[in-house]
Write a protein that binds this ligand. Sequence first.
Ligand SMILES: [Zn+2]
Length: 374
Amino acid sequence: MLLFRISLIFLVFININLLFSLDYKLKNIRFSENHKNKSLRIVLDLTHKAAYTVFSLNNNPRLVIDLESKSDIKKFKNESKFIKEIRSRKTEQNVMRIVFDIKSNFYIDRHFYLKKNEKNIFRLVIDLKINNKNSAIYKEKRPSRDSQFIITIDAGHGGIDPGAINIGKKEKNITLAAAKELKRILEKKNFKVFLTRKDDTFISLRNRRNIAKKNNSDLFISLHVDSLKKKTTRGTSIYTLSEKASDSITAKLAERENKVDLIAGVNLQDVDNEVASILLDLSRRETKNSSSLFAESYIKTVRKNGHRVLRRPHRHAGFAVLKSTDIPSVLIELGFLSNVNDVKLLTNKKTRLRLLVSLAEAIEVYVNKRRSYN
Ligand SMILES: [Zn+2]
């Protein structure tokens, strides 16, 4: 009984604390900009170190900040020449979404918290780099649904890291050939496509993500070919990010793929900071949803077109290469190097192209769906 009472007191105590901690308020938004280097700093003055997530949307360039806040929605004054309009609304209880319509394409350079100032105010800083290419910055850019969708294709492995190997065939060569072919197919469909590598070079997983970010990508696709001890397993599969792997095979696969940077002797600094861990749940939600939407569209399309898919073809795992908080990212295993039939399909250009054409079709379906949401 006594124990019960103690735990009850403890429970109440925690709840009160929770209430206080949720009393986050956004006091003000300030701007400083440099027109010469086309950079914009947005500073949010906050009463607490609130959890947040920040991401960009590229058709009609927008910066979106989801912020844990109890503030009432108010009009924020736009004091930047780079910004067209600022809007805000509550997306759920205690979460405020602030949308900045940016006049030109941009990317999020970095975001971080400054220490509390003497007035006890926390400052969340978001630095944007405005793209030079788009010189229409001072002109009103007409919002268009037809703006080009940008995709970064990542050919897995490369250089001193061959990936899976079987009967003299290397994963890194198949992924590179596939990435180049997919680029051509997508360009014919009027997509803007970048590759993380164009030849047999080694790139760290983090740099692969950075390339996608620098290119303002709307979608990141990492291509791989899996390998298993069990030689009969075959078919394509697709992975989206999750902190927990959906099964042990997936966990092992993620471990293998993530080790790549260690093999190559690159010290992978962990990008996750203190804040990132608080918001793991709140953040990535949007990106995760989009990644899953694409994964579903891929599986549907390849199935419909008669390609062999792995049992439970959409899986989740903590792949380092997918950890972009603001770009929907997927990892596709085109098939298995450990399976003779898959090796034949993937090393023959004609049959490989068939799968890539289906992948391109899935991308189109996904893009149309996403556009209809805007
Ligand atoms: Zn791989």
